[in-house]
Design a protein around this ligand. Sequence first.
Ligand code: ARG
Length: 262
Amino acid sequence: MCPPAYFTVKYAINPWMDTTSPVDADLAGKQWERLRETLVELGHRVHVLTPQAGLPDMVYAANGAFSVDGTVYGARFRYPQRAAEAAAHQAFYAIQDEPGWRFVAPTEINEGEGDFTYVPGPGLILAGYGFRTEPTAHAEAQEVLGRPVISLRLVDPRFYHLDMALAPLDDTTIAYYPAAFSASSQAVLRQLFPDAVLASEPDALAFGLNLVSDGRNVVLSSEATALADRLAAAGYLPRLVELTELKKGGGSVKCCVAELRS
Ligand code: ARG
């Protein structure tokens, strides 16, 4: 995670960002800290990346890389405003002694865990394209990581990253909002995940799918109450966190958390 020390909305690269609506920096910091504490309380180890002045979106740490089996596939951002974030993430992996990450720099445009996620049971990488990550990066990720990549086309600009529309809940189960995907990609998801938890449009608009799950505890936006109820009914433990300020940049829980898959 990377604290929102320099977070602000001074450019707009997704439909949620409005440069005229003010951000409460103090509140953003408090909300972020509460998210960090929640993960620690749940028994997770949180590494903190040093924020950099001039990189207001660096708080969305999920976009900086994607790791599976100890290999890190680096990010290459679509927009110049975020380009310099990639090097900060690369440096982070270089200084970690454990487990000794193998870092591979990308040639293709991709925004890390924004558009890539991993389902451990079947050993599948799910990858989004249409707004940020190039489909050519999906093939590159498969070569780098040696796991099958399922390409999914995103069609609604409000859900410009895969992690706005889909999230793994445990080793074999995912949650997603079908209408964020093309009809063919919806068919692929139905085939692979017939038992998925389906989210509604209000759930998705509340950033409910931008969640982090450890297989039991599901940390998600406090605005996504209907999805939280559905997850509880399915046997998960929803943990609601308020991230209203970071929503103004177009992100929530998952965007703030880069998962380290050794
Ligand atoms: N303002 C950032 C951008 O548009 C938000 C990134 C959100 N992160 C995510 N993983 N969806 O790039």
